[in-house]
Design a protein around this ligand. Structure first.
Ligand code: 2HA
Ligand code: ZN
Length: 268
């Protein structure tokens, strides 16, 4: 239990210190692996059953560590049992109950639809190897969605790849760009789940980013690299624009060198 809590403390504190989690911004969910799952065996439910907006049989019976709605990520390191909770889905994936946390009372993040629907996609696409999903508000990535005209998945992926030579290695499938959709909505949840089945990072225009990974470190790392690239890109723009950049040939060579499976359609 302590190890699990230490993991979310580290990730949430890193996010807060990076300036990605102002006030109650940003949220984290971790689908519990076999060992983590067993930690909560024998816990009696602390809440009634709350219906999910749609049934999610793909993640029926799963347990998740999820940050709380209205809670500040920066406070998780001080009071994890207040700012996070463990929920358990029923055997149909149609409702959830609280097993632990959100003291003295509370509920999971307002972005729960995006988290749980994305976990369905992530579990399927990684053959049950990936467990972490993070949504956060990194300043430079958000700024980029204002500063660059006509952004779409192809142009944004290419721009980030070109802004930092590591990007194509860390996210060879690119980043999916979602035009603005209302925060916390089922529409945003569905669009994010569809997007994350294609790529490991999803940009929410004017709002933030979502990332997944095998564990919290991998999800965090992917976002961190994308945010670094966005920072470099904005600095280059502020310095009068790129006078040269990585060519398609160089990007392809980096990907080949590190044996990364690039989404070739992003080059067309
Ligand atoms: O938890 O980040 O998108 C607050 C948010 C909503
Ligand atoms: Zn948000």
């Amino acid at each position: 239990m302590q190890k699990l809590i230490e993991e979310i403390k580290k990730t949430s504190s890193d996010m807060a210190r990076r300036g990605w989690a102002e006030s109650n911004g940003g949220n984290i969910s971790l689908r519990l692996n076999k060992d983590q799952f067993a930690l909560f065996d024998g816990y009696s439910p602390k809440s009634e059953s709350f219906p999910l907006p749609v049934s999610m049989p793909e993640i029926a019976g799963e347990r998740f560590l999820v940050t709380g709605t209205g809670r500040f990520l920066r406070n998780i390191e001080l009071f994890p049992e207040k700012n996070t909770g463990v929920i358990e889905l029923d055997s149909q994936g149609a409702s959830y109950r609280l097993l632990w946390g959100y003291e003295p009372q509370g509920a999971p993040t307002s972005e729960l639809p995006a988290h749980l629907l994305s976990h369905c996609s992530i579990k399927k696409k990684t053959n049950n190897q990936s467990f972490a999903f993070i949504h956060t508000h990194p300043t430079n990535l958000i700024a980029l969605t204002y500063a660059v005209a006509n952004l779409d998945t192809k142009s944004l992926s290419k721009l980030l790849w070109q802004s930092h030579a590591e990007c194509i290695v860390v996210f060879p499938a690119g980043v999916e760009f979602l035009p603005w959709i209302m925060a916390g909505s089922m529409d945003l949840g569905r669009a994010t789940a569809d997007a994350i089945s294609l790529r490991n990072l999803v940009i929410w225009q004017y709002h933030g980013i979502c990332g997944c990974g095998r564990n919290l470190d991998e999800a965090f790392g992917r976002i961190d690299v994308a945010e670094k690239a966005a920072e470099i890109c904005l600095k280059v723009m502020a310095a009068g624009g790129a006078k040269q950049t990585l060519t398609d040939e160089q990007l392809r060579a980096i990907a080949a060198n590190f044996r990364c499976e690039v989404d070739q359609r992003l080059f067309e």
